[in-house]
Design a protein. Sequence first.
Length: 70
Amino acid sequence: MIVIPNDEGSHISAKAGYPTITVPAGYTSAGEPVGISFAGTAFSEPILFEIAYAFEQITRCRKAPIFVQE
């Protein structure tokens, strides 16, 4: 598995035909969300789902959105 620290990696994977999944990985000091991408070899989607789910369960970085009515 390859861990890609920015969005450029998902473009490379897509062009090569490899699956990529991005999940929440925290927030900047300004409150901006940050994600992490996991890329795999062809047909590795099931293991990518497991890795992404495990990462989310361990880090607990996902926050529910706050909806504001205007």
